[in-house]
Design a protein around this ligand. Structure first.
Ligand SMILES: Nc1nc2c(ncn2[C@@H]2O[C@H](COP(=O)(O)OP(=O)(O)OP(=O)(O)O)[C@@H](O)[C@H]2O)c(=O)[nH]1
Ligand SMILES: [Mg+2]
Length: 242
């Protein structure tokens, strides 16, 4: 399938998911280690909020949500909370069960992201937590690297989720820019459609996803300008037409 064809059909299937979501839309980003999850989160946020690296891993689920002031909080295993910095996190000096980054970003007024640690290192407890995060999300973005897309281990994890959860899933093909030329992208997409297409709402490149969210936002803005007194609800027509 060509990129433009995928693009057109991807918009409507992805828009269905957004239309069904409450606000803020709860987005979970999952996938194996180094599949570009944190990079995708930053793309959705429109800035380098979270540290991305081939070397440093995302160690704990990281929630990014709207807050009047920028604030990073570490939630420890005993439930206590302490202010943290990304320097400490990257240095590995703060241990905990979850990070919560609040930001006064307009992008977070309709979006709440959870970036999850990479799967595939045999940590069953973390795998269980990631399943729970996917369950409570409105939209699950599964990152697969175009360079080795949809490995058996990815398929096994994804199929371990219930059909209800998988129905909220978009397969996001990262590292597409690392493929040698356009034909490679076509081959990867054809293989993904054949092997994984049935298990996801849609297969998209990151740029298509960013475009989809930007269009949904624009539609919402137009809608609220027309009807300023009506609060947004899950059935807001603006999202339906995104
Ligand atoms: N060229 C290119 N680089 C990417 C892409 N996605 C991620 N990267 C880079 O790949 C490295 C790993 O990306 P991350 O986003 O940290 O990967 P991750 O899945 O969050 O990794 P873990 O948290 O360890 O599981 C970083 O250096 C990113 O900048 C992509 O689509 N293209
Ligand atoms: Mg990460």
């Amino acid at each position: 399938m060509s990129r433009s064809l995928l693009h057109r059909s991807g918009q409507s299937r992805g828009a269905e998911l957004l239309a069904e979501a409450r606000l803020p839309t709860r987005v979970a980003i999952a996938g194996e280690v180094n599949s570009g999850k944190t990079w995708l989160a930053n793309g959705l946020l429109g800035s380098q909020v979270l540290p991305t690296s081939f070397v440093t891993r995302t160690e704990v689920p990281t929630v990014v949500e709207f807050g009047a002031k920028s604030r990073l909080v570490l939630e420890r295993s005993d439930g206590s909370r302490v202010a943290a910095s990304w320097e400490e996190v990257e240095a590995g000096t703060c241990q905990g069960r979850r990070l919560r980054q609040r930001l006064p970003s307009p992008r977070l007024q309709d979006l709440r992201l959870v970036d999850t640690p990479g799967l595939g290192d045999g940590d069953e407890q973390m795998a269980h937590r990631i399943r729970c995060i996917c369950r409570s999300a409105d939209l699950v973005l599964w990152c697969t690297s175009a360079l080795q897309a949809w490995k058996a281990s990815e398929r096994d994890f994804w199929l371990s989720l219930s059909p209800r959860v998988r129905d909220k899933g978009l397969l996001v093909v990262t590292f597409g820019d690392m493929l040698r030329h356009d034909q490679d992208a076509g081959r990867v997409l054809a293989r993904l459609q054949a092997e994984a297409g049935l298990h996801f709402r849609k297969i998209v490149f990151p740029a298509q996803l960013f475009d989809l969210l930007a269009r949904a936002r624009l539609q919402r803005a137009i809608h609220s300008a027309r009807e300023p007194t009506i609060a947004h609800s899950p059935s807001t027509p603006a999202l339906l037409s995104a």
